[in-house]
Design a protein. Structure first.
Lengths: 123, 888
């Protein structure tokens, strides 16, 4: 019971980012879960190591929210897989969230780079 | 979202697919088959955990837990079926009785008239009609002249509506060929529109219909259902009422059955103006019907207050109109005569019901309330006992890490199961009980539980559920986790403090039980007295029915009855036949002052001069079996041509002709035609209206000699089963007029019994609830004692091992319950005395402090206590000391 609760906490921390990463990955086209995981890993230059269990729960959550939909299909190497596709609603959400992230990272950057602020004043 | 579209199998398949895809990719990257499989799995992490997260995420977790608790609750109740069944039945009886009585009370006392905006409806009442009038009810009925004057007065009541039954009981109708009987009323043209009763089919009446006395009828939804099977084609068909054809033009809204208490009107006609359809089915008086006769106050009036008009304002406006209309046809009021005063009373609920059923119902409600208390206390005690026995289980669960919240939730769920099952069963009980109650009480309007009743029951159930969940929680938590470590039954259960609550509950139950038994006992003794009241006649073997023939003249009517009697007399098995105006034992009587030897008798200190009178046929007293003390009975030889004769009872002679031989003296009505009849007989006092009446002066006219004739009741004395004569009698009546049904045929005994039906019902119910209380208390006591004995097995074993004799052990157990009984009796007797005082008005021939009833109740309670203790005491005595100690 208790261990499970801790896991939830961790997901909660990751939730915003992971959702955004999944949606972004799906912009390129329909993809199955394993492909999404690989893609995130590859594009983040292996900085993000995606927990696969969390990934599938997140995919399900996004599907429940109507941001993506899914259907069983056949992969490029002829294996059965569940393919996810971004919905219009999901695309909207992605745009909105991306904007938020940009603002957030910029603000974080402004604060964390406070030292360079002086330089700017000087300059 | 309780359930998602996607199954957990589908999710598992997706993970499986992922693992394969990943392994394949790893293989391509150069890993061996086994390594790839292993690495894919390791990278994924815990597959099961992901699946569980998926499972948990898709649900409302609370609901899931709820179902789990529910399953657990069922399982744990199934382990003790005796407990579950007892608790559920106890609840069902307690709550069912309350629901039933409340639903009757709701229908009778609380429900409003099924009309639009009942808050603005008022009944019209009067203090006293002027002298010289005849009334149906001296406060509630008015003359047509008054109605006509009031309805023309604009601005106060818009409109004033009149309604009047076509008969005191039922009226002959015919639809097709078979004659039958139904309840009908004549009403104003404004009746339906003024009350705001909708007519889902057809139409109501208009003021023009009333003015034209249009031959049309509206039938009630109930009658439409019962008689016409909801045939929509009934509109436009003809319903013959007393032989007069009426076109059915509408069906009233479901649930509307008139505005009179206890009646269910089957059909309504606009006010009619013809001899066959006089108000109350009365014969014409001096050739006048209710419209033409301003001296007959027979219409009931109901009005709707005009918007903005206050009640006092309306009365002030109407009073002068009313006063002048009241004297129409009577001349100017005599000096000093009190003018009649008009008043308005709330028409929100049914009138008369409260007077008739109010007190008994409130009393019954209090009784069933006590029964409910006993029942709830029982279940609480059962739960306490059961949960105390499960303390080990709770402790183990606490020790294993269950939260107190979880324990509480589980207890609540168990009580929820009990309460739901008990409540469902209670509702079924209540449905059946109200149907029976309606039949017994002869209340024709619907008593079935409605939404208000449902809310009431749900409220009681919710309360019970919470109580049952909370009460045992204390015990469950009191143990704490450390109790699991103790293993001795003796140490874990010998906590005296906990059983004190149980003892108090049992003593209180005894108290309530005693109160119920005393109340029930008093009522049942009253009933015995009523049932054994001598009627003053040989009532067995008598059968009675009404006929309401139409005739053009009085002699024709007299001839009809003479013919009818002579035809009925020759039927096989018939001993004698007679007729009467008012039926005996029907609550009806003719009452008026009488002139004796030409003048009103002097009465000191304002004693009533009222004489009850009736119109009777030949051989009247012979047929009834009433002894003739002096003179003779009426005979066929008393005709319109022979001298007018009358008969009086002992009371009449004692009051108005004391110390003389009454034979040869005369009596006659105070008002109306100047008739004086010669007394030819004196009969023994006997009952007229009802069983519980006191002897009153009575007088009888001979039907063949008076100048009116109308509907009559036929009384027959037959050999064998009285009702078996009815088919033959029906054939005779219909041979004379195919339009005539037998109206309310029944034995005379049954007819008299209707006058105590309320008391019978009340007493039976009170007795039933008393017995129910006894049964509940007995089970409760038995349960508590049995549980206490089983808890004390070890202690008893020790006692016996150190030398206690079996008798001493039995006495120890019995003493316990006898002390509880004594405490209950001490508290119960004063309470019962209070209840007895409250019941006083419902008692007949029994004093509220009837010693026998109290002694019987105390004896019964003691007996219950002993009976309930016997088994546990016996069990205690048979404890084997060695085994009891070894069990430790």
């Amino acid at each position: 019971m208790t261990t499970q609760e801790n896991q939830f906490d961790r997901i909660a921390l990751l939730q915003g980012t992971l959702d955004l990463l999944i949606l972004k990955t799906l912009v390129l086209g329909p993809c199955h879960g394993q492909g999404v995981a690989r893609e995130i890993q590859r594009r983040s230059e292996d900085v993000f190591l995606v927990d696969h269990g969390s990934l599938y729960v997140a995919l399900q959550r996004l599907e429940d929210k109507g941001w993506i939909n899914a259907e069983w299909g056949v992969s490029e190497n002829n294996r059965k897989a569940r393919f996810y596709r971004l919905t219009a609603k999901g695309r909207e959400h992605l745009v909105e969230k991306t904007g938020e992230w940009r603002r957030l990272t910029r603000a974080m950057g402004l604060i964390l780079d406070a030292g360079s602020e002086l330089q700017v004043e000087e300059g | 979202m309780f359930r998602r579209k996607r199954s957990k199998e589908d999710f598992a398949a997706e993970i499986e697919a992922h693992l394969e895809l990943e392994a394949e990719e790893l293989r391509r990257e150069g890993l061996s088959e086994d390594e790839a499989q292993w690495k894919a799995r390791r990278e994924f992490g815990n597959v099961r955990a992901a699946e569980e997260r998926f499972y948990v995420k898709g649900r409302w977790v609370g609901l899931d837990k709820f179902f789990r608790d529910l399953r657990f609750g069922f399982r744990s109740l199934r382990q003790s079926p005796g407990f579950a069944v007892t608790a559920i039945l106890t609840l069902a009886l307690g709550i069912g009785a309350n629901t039933a009585v409340f639903s009757v009370m709701n229908a009778v006392l609380l429900k409003t008239l099924p009309v639009a905006d009942p808050g603005r409806l008022v009944y019209l009442r009067t203090s006293n009609p002027p002298r010289g009038t005849g009334t149906i009810d001296s406060n509630e009925t008015f003359s047509y002249a008054v109605y006509d004057a009031l309805r023309q007065e604009q601005g106060a009541l818009t409109p004033v509506m009149a309604y009047v039954p076509l008969s005191g009981s039922k009226v002959a109708v015919r639809y097709g060929t078979e004659p039958e009987e139904a309840e009908g009323e004549m009403v104003s043209g404004t009746f339906f529109s003024g009350l705001g009763v909708s007519l889902p089919r057809g139409r109501g009446f208009s003021q023009q219909d009333e003015a034209d006395h249009a031959p049309m009828a509206v039938i009630s939804y109930n009658y439409w259902t019962r008689r016409f099977a909801r045939d929509p084609g009934v509109l436009g068909k003809t319903l013959f009422v007393n032989g007069v054809g009426m076109t059915i033009v509408g069906v009233a809204a479901e649930g509307f059955e008139g505005v009179e208490a206890g009646m269910s009107t089957d059909f309504w006609l606009p006010l009619q103006d013809r001899p066959e359809l006089n108000a109350w089915g009365n014969p014409l008086e001096d050739g006048k019907n209710y419209i033409a006769d301003p001296k007959w106050w027979c219409l009931r009036l109901i009005g709707r207050l005009a918007p903005g008009a206050a009640r006092a304002q309306a009365v002030a406006q109407l009073e002068p109109v009313f006063e002048s209309a009241a004297y129409i046809g009577l001349g100017s009021p005599k000096d000093g005569a009190k003018p009649p005063v008009l008043s308005l009373t709330d028409a929100k609920s049914f009138p008369g019901y409260d007077a008739q059923y109010g007190n008994p119902l409130r009393m019954l409600m209090a009784m069933v309330g006590l029964v409910l208390l006993i029942a709830l206390a029982n279940v609480v005690m059962l739960l306490l006992a059961r949960n105390a026995a499960r303390q080990r289980e709770f402790s183990v669960r606490l020790a294993l890490g269950a939260g107190r919240g979880e324990l509480f939730r589980q207890l609540l769920i168990e009580s929820l199961i009990l309460v739901t099952a008990g409540g469902g069963l209670a509702w079924v009980f209540a449905e059946m009980a109200t149907r029976l109650l309606g039949q017994w009480a002869e209340i024709e309007s619907s008593l079935a539980p409605d939404r208000t009743v449902l809310l009431f029951t749900l409220g009681v159930l919710a309360l019970a559920g919470l109580l049952f969940g909370l009460a045992p929680l204390r015990v469950a938590l009191a143990g704490g986790a450390e109790l699991a470590l103790k293993t001795s039954a003796a140490t874990s259960n010998a906590d005296a403090g906990k059983s004190r609550a149980g003892r108090i509950i049992v003593a209180l139950q005894m108290t309530l039980c005693l109160v119920l038994l005393v109340g029930g006992g008093l009522l049942i003794r009253s009933l015995r007295n009523l049932e054994n009241t001598p009627l003053g006649m040989k009532v067995d073997g008598l059968v009675v029915f009404g006929v309401k023939p139409n005739f053009r003249s009085v002699p024709e009517g007299k001839e009809f009855y003479a013919n009818l009697m002579s035809k009925l007399r020759v039927l096989p098995g018939v001993e004698s036949v007679t007729v009467m105006d008012e039926r005996l034992g029907s609550w009806w009587s003719n009452n008026s002052a009488m002139r004796v030897d030409g003048r009103l008798p002097e009465e000191t200190n304002g004693a009533s001069r009222t004489v009850r009178w009736n119109v009777a046929g030949p051989d009247f007293f012979g047929t009834l079996g009433v002894p003739v003390l002096a003179g003779r009975d009426f005979a066929d030889s008393d005709t319109a041509k022979s001298p007018m004769v009358g008969i009086i009872n002992e009371e009449f002679a004692r009051r108005f002709l004391p110390n003389v031989n009454p034979l040869g003296h005369t009596f006659g009505p105070d008002l109306g035609p100047p008739i004086a009849v010669t007394i030819v007989g004196v009969v023994k006092d006997h009952k007229y209206r009802s069983i519980d009446e006191e002897p009153l002066p009575m007088a009888w006219y001979m039907y063949a000699q008076i100048p009116v004739v109308g509907a009559m009741n036929v009384e027959m004395r037959v050999h064998g089963a009285p009702l078996a004569i009815l088919p033959a009698a029906r054939k005779v009546v219909q041979g004379m007029d195919p339009n005539l049904p037998l109206i309310k045929p029944m034995t005379q005994r049954a007819q008299f019994d209707t006058t105590i039906s309320r008391q019978v019902l009340f007493a039976r119910l009170a007795g039933f609830f008393g017995i129910l209380a006894v049964v509940l208390v007995a089970t409760g006591l038995y349960g508590t004692l049995a549980y206490r004995v089983s808890m004390r097995t070890a202690e008893i074993g020790v006692r016996m091992a150190v030398g206690a004799r079996r008798g001493q052990v039995v006495w120890m157990i019995l003493k316990d319950s006898l002390m509880l009984t004594a405490a209950g009796v001490v508290m119960g007797v004063p309470l019962a005395m209070l209840v007895g005082r409250a019941l006083a008005s419902a008692l007949y021939g029994v004093k509220p402090l009837d010693v026998a009833s109290y002694l019987l109740a105390v004896a019964a309670v003691a007996l219950v206590a002993l009976a309930a203790s016997a088994v546990p005491a016996g069990r205690a005595a048979s404890v084997d000391p060695m085994r009891a100690l070894r069990a430790e």
